[in-house]
Ligand binder design. Structure first.
Ligand code: GLA
Length: 706
């Protein structure tokens, strides 16, 4: 809902529980009024009528109060917008018009010196406010160089103490949650690598006065962008807090706007919740399921992928044998990973040549795809379209198609170079290759990988080579959008060496993400705990792999622990099934069957993080209608210490809940429970006896409301 004040200069956007209000001052300065609990228009008007801060010699009257601080004028804060023409730098705008249509508020300003139109866009979806900015060169003037254009700046209310939550990490250890007190100055996170997220997911949360998992005010901001980005959390000298975010890490230039051209920033979404971190996560999940993720109402299938088992050493016969075993344990989607194409027998060659390797797949992919379909499974493949090996037909034909600076070393990581997707000839080539590939065999799923960062991001001959950073991402989006439109049955997974490209931008055009190359079931609990702060289980791919996990850390864990860990998201299996015993395969089949029963609750339910993984007992709970699923893990039990009871959440205290199914007994027979009836109030206030014991134990509990 959007309300407009009587003066036409005050606006209130409201969701079910929250409101956001802003006001245009007498000098056309756009001032922030409110973000938080729902308020009425009259409340916003009262706030707008309050006098501004007294004039002081060294203080800006605007800093900390503006919706979108531009460079120039009486401001000292980090500018959201920095532009220049050869003669003039900075922005002075005049208000043009406001429009409210189709749930969107657009406020349009103009800088006459630059002939630049600046439109700030606001749209409320649930309690998530989507914000972005549009710049347009209005013609008849010099080109405008855009040094930086943030999507939005968020202003927090005055509170006693702020705490910052962020998701940090690295390859194989992504999305780990850390919380710290916010102090004066700027805290900057981001990526200057051309992709999103091993180091930080583009999200922050701020809570004041001690929010907890289920209580207190939490503000969150997340960027819908899959390239380099920056979020700056700033505590200004007077204690006010602002959060600026947008694409590009630095202020060194993103675009050159010629007369008639325009630039639209990615969305920087914001959310307020009074329900603590859990309430904020559930609101983020609901928003993505409803407004971001394609076909989110469908459940994702159980997949098999042999990458950890076979690496580059694959053949058609071997994949057929694995497919038969995968089908036997109930897998629904069989994926051929790397090394099916070109001369790709190691990571040194082949990227760029997207035709099946004739030695390995003499009849192309279709015979295998047909067999997989015959076994009742969908068929998927791996690609890494944005990359090329120097040892490839593509690179030999087009060495100028990669990002590079003339006369400089072309830096290689994993023996590969990055294609310059900003070039239209590269875009055409990739479309042609991928469209042909998807037309050549009945392919249902594509794992789209990206295995190195940008380094030598040069574009010889281009007037504004820096635009390559943004244009690459737009070209990737356009390619995915076109492939999805042309091949509507095909699902896509975003992968970048695990979780290197996870954000709201890529999630708008992929069906799931590869959370991490780390498939260790215990390490994964921490990664999943962080991931769940923002993203829902519906997109979080998780595989059960071999034990001991020789690729990673040699940890030995039971099939039970591995399955219960991976069942917290979209279940997959990635072990070498040819080496699993008959007993292991039989047990795996039971787990897969159980997963299929609980997955509507896991993938579409509301998530409650009951206990964080910190060495002892941890658990998550999903509630979907009257169905409840609890996954619990015990990392290690201390001698003489009983394992705590698990208090559930989100139940009706007056309701009764019947324990259902045999889920808790897969793989062993020492736990009864099916058919027991529990009182909601007891589960909520006293909790469940899990029966977990020892090290690396795990269990699943299912309840149905009676
Ligand atoms: C990346 C992915 C892996 C696998 C390999 C193949 O590392 O994250 O899952 O697909 O590439 O080379």
């Amino acid at each position: 809902m959007i309300e407009v004040g009587g003066d036409g200069r005050t606006w209130v956007l409201s969701g079910p529980t929250s409101s956001y209000a802003l006001h245009l001052g007498a000098g056309d300065e756009l001032l922030h009024l409110h973000w938080g609990a729902r308020i009425a228009l009259a409340d916003a008007e009262a706030l707008a009528a309050e006098p501004g801060p007294p004039a002081r010699g060294f203080e800006s009257p605007l800093d900390g109060r503006e919706e979108y601080p531009v460079e120039g004028g009486p401001r000292f804060v980090r500018p959201a917008l920095s532009v220049r023409t050869p003669e003039v730098r900075g922005t002075e705008w005049q208000f043009g018009a406001a429009s409210v249509a189709a749930g969107e508020l657009r406020l349009r300003f103009e800088d006459t010196a630059h002939r630049l139109g600046i439109t700030l866009v606001y749209r409320m979806r649930g309690d998530v406010l989507e914000r972005s900015a549009v710049l347009e060169h209005l013609g008849h003037g010099p080109d405008v160089e855009v040094l930086r254009a943030d999507s939005a700046v968020w202003t927090l209310p005055e509170r006693e103490r702020w705490r910052l939550s962020q998701l940090h990490g690295r390859w194989a250890a992504e999305s780990r949650l850390v919380r710290s007190d916010l102090t004066y100055g700027e805290k900057i996170i981001g990526s200057r690598r051309g992709h999103t997220s091993h180091q930080h997911l583009p999200w922050v949360a701020l809570d004041a006065e001690g929010a907890s998992e289920e209580h207190g005010e939490v503000y969150g901001c997340a960027l819908a962008w899959s390239g380099s980005w920056r979020i700056a959390v700033q505590q200004l000298p007077d204690g006010r807090v602002q959060i600026a975010g947008g694409s590009g890490h630095d202020d060194s230039g993103q675009a050159l706007l010629r007369p008639g051209e325009s630039l639209t920033t990615p969305v920087f979404a914001g959310l307020w919740s009074a329900g603590g971190f859990g309430g904020a996560s559930r609101a983020w999940h609901a928003y993505q399921l409803e407004h971001v993720i394609p076909d989110a109402q469908d459940v994702r299938p159980v997949l098999y992928n042999s990458w950890e088992a076979t690496g580059f050493d694959i053949s058609e016969a071997q994949q057929r044998a694995l497919a038969r075993r995968a089908a036997d344990i109930g897998v629904e989607l069989f994926v051929v990973d790397d090394a099916w194409f070109g001369r790709r027998t190691s990571d040194r060659a082949g990227l760029g040549d997207w035709t099946p390797n004739p030695d390995r797949f003499p009849g192309g992919l279709k015979p295998l795809a047909d067999e997989v379909h015959g076994l009742g499974m969908q068929f998927g493949i791996w690609v890494e379209p944005e990359m090329v090996n120097a040892d490839s037909d593509l690179y030999r034909a087009h060495p100028d198609w990669v990002q590079h600076f003339p006369g400089r070393t072309r830096t290689e990581f994993r023996h590969q170079l990055v294609l310059n997707l900003a070039r239209t000839d590269v875009q055409d080539y990739l479309w042609e290759q991928l469209h042909t590939l998807l037309s050549s065999a009945p392919i249902d799923y594509v794992k789209w990988d990206f295995n190195r960062s940008f380094t030598d991001a040069g574009w010889p001959g281009e007037e504004c080579p820096q635009r390559l950073w943004n244009d690459h991402v737009h070209a990737l989006y356009a390619l995915l959008d076109r492939l999805r439109a042309e091949h509507p049955g095909v699902a896509f997974e975003s992968c970048s060496g695990g979780g290197g490209r996870i954000d709201l931008g890529i999630l708008a055009r992929t069906d799931q993400v590869w959370t991490s190359d780390n498939t260790d079931p215990l390490d994964r609990l921490a990664i999943q705990h962080g991931f769940s702060q923002l993203h829902p289980a519906r997109v979080m791919a998780a595989w059960v792999t071999d034990s001991p996990n020789t690729q990673l850390n040699d940890r030995v864990s039971s099939l039970r622990f591995r399955f219960v860990s991976a069942m917290a998201g979209v279940l997959g299996v990635g072990g070498d099934l040819t080496r699993w015993s008959e007993a292991e395969l039989a047990e795996a089949r039971e787990w897969v069957d159980l997963y299929k029963e609980i997955r509507p609750v896991v993938q579409h339910g509301e998530l409650y993080r009951l206990r964080a993984p910190d060495g002892g007992l941890s658990a998550v709970q999903y509630v979907h209608g009257g169905e409840v699923v609890v996954l619990a893990w015990l990392q290690a039990q201390r001698y003489g210490e009983p394992v705590a009871r698990l208090r559930l959440r989100g139940l009706d205290p007056a309701g009764t809940y019947e324990q259902v199914g045999v889920g808790d007994r897969v793989g062993r027979s020492d736990r009864a429970g099916a058919g027991e009836v529990h009182r909601g109030a007891v589960l909520l206030h006293h909790g469940l006896h899990t029966g977990l014991r020892g090290d690396l134990d795990a269990a699943i509990f299912r309840f149905s409301r009676k």
